[in-house]
Ligand binder design. Structure first.
Ligand SMILES: Nc1ncnc2c1ncn2[C@@H]1O[C@H](COP(=O)(O)OP(=O)(O)OP(=O)(O)O)[C@@H](O)[C@H]1O
Length: 349
């Protein structure tokens, strides 16, 4: 099989990782997960820097038994630094030389890579004279220049400031688009994952909890962690059909009116923007109306994220700053809250 075909098994006291991972040639897979989920361990195991069970095949070749330096895997790791005594050009040429290229040919090829990275003017610079974003692009050029079958990227953007991050993210997207091998990216940042990856694999406590195209994962989260990551409210319940229509009976919480033809166990998700807040009980009888206590108020861009606590039900609502003033929202205040059944996405659990 071409591309990546791996199973990574690592046991440590109090931690077990068991991950089957594939990536087709040209595919970028992002590993996402909370702290301690095992993302870096998985990447380091692929690189041969952490011993692991399982297997590792790249383009049909079994690399499992090879040491890190003989796996021929491209790495852009935060702490896998550039050689400080070599120029940017020689850093990129180094890998090519190791693969047997002659000096002139290696430097020519490296010059081409630095050009493509927009770093032609910095070819002679030593790493310490480069900015973080420039150094990261040199590291990427060094990794790509040898055209590896597998490229590993560990938090490639996390050390960069917001502005540089935007630029390097766009550059990285372009270069990954043109990369023929399989790529595995570890990141904390959902935006990086959404922009850079063709497929997301979400790890929690060493296991895959959700996997799919970024848009699919963003639309249909299946764990609390993924829901927080993509900014949705999430519940799990069992559909029961009552007189007035279907409801989801949520464990330890009140039932929620939904519009669905599904039966059995389901997930319910809805956007914080679809949660309506009222100071007094609204007229009529809106469905899914409940009283909640404001648990926290936090600005987020041009909106304000409000945490609403009620027995068995904590949800996030997004409102405008004007609404915060109108409704007198401060921690501890009481509000009426509702969500329209038609705003709630329902999908099989
Ligand atoms: N060198 C190590 N020796 C022993 N245990 C380790 C080592 N590195 C990580 N661990 C442990 O292994 C588990 C997985 O850690 P890992 O760093 O792979 O998670 P992660 O998902 O990359 O987390 P983070 O997002 O914080 O980097 C954790 O329980 C961690 O404490």
């Amino acid at each position: 099989m071409s591309g990546l075909d791996a199973r990574i098994v690592v046991h440590r006291p109090g931690f077990a990782l068991d991950l089957a991972l594939t990536a087709a040639p040209g595919e970028v897979v992002a590993l996402l997960g909370p702290n301690g989920a095992g993302k870096s361990t998985a990447l380091r195991a692929l690189a041969g820097l952490v011993p692991s069970g399982g297997h590792l095949c790249v383009d049909g070749a079994d690399l499992s038994a090879l040491p890190a330096d003989r796996r021929g895997i491209g790495m852009v790791f935060q702490d896998y630094l550039l050689f400080p005594h070599l120029s940017a050009l020689d850093n990129v040429a180094f890998g090519l030389r190791c693969r047997g290229a002659r000096k002139a040919a290696a430097r020519r090829e490296a010059t081409g890579w630095l050009d493509r990275m927009g770093l032609a003017a910095h070819a002679a610079s030593r790493p310490r004279a480069l900015s973080g974003g420039q150094a990261q692009r040199v590291a990427l050029a060094r990794a790509l220049a040898v055209r590896p079958g597998l490229l590993l990227l560990d938090e490639p953007l996390s050390a960069l400031d917001a502005h540089t991050r935007l630029e390097v993210r766009a550059a990285l997207r372009r270069h990954l688009d043109g990369f023929a091998g399989a790529a595995v990216l570890v990141t904390h940042d959902p935006l990086d994952a959404m922009v850079l990856a063709d497929r997301l694999v979400v790890l929690e406590a060493g296991r895959v909890v959700q996997e799919g195209a970024p848009a699919e994962v963003a639309r249909r989260p299946r764990t609390g962690y993924v829901a927080r990551l993509v900014g949705l409210n999430l519940f799990r319940g069992r559909v029961e059909v009552r007189e007035h229509g279907p409801v989801a009976v949520v464990q330890d919480g009140p039932s929620i009116d939904i519009a669905t033809s599904l039966r059995g166990e389901v997930f319910l998700s809805f956007s914080p923007a679809s949660v309506a807040l009222y100071r007094t009980r609204p007229d009529g009888s809106p469905r899914n109306l409940w009283r909640a206590t404001v648990g926290g108020v936090e600005p987020q861009g041009d909106r304000v994220r409000v945490r609403l606590d009620a027995p068995g039900r904590t949800v996030a609502a997004d409102v405008t700053p004007a609404a915060v003033a109108d409704l007198g929202l401060v921690t501890g205040s009481e509000v009426w809250t509702s969500v329209k059944a038609t705003e709630i996405q329902v999908y099989p659990a």
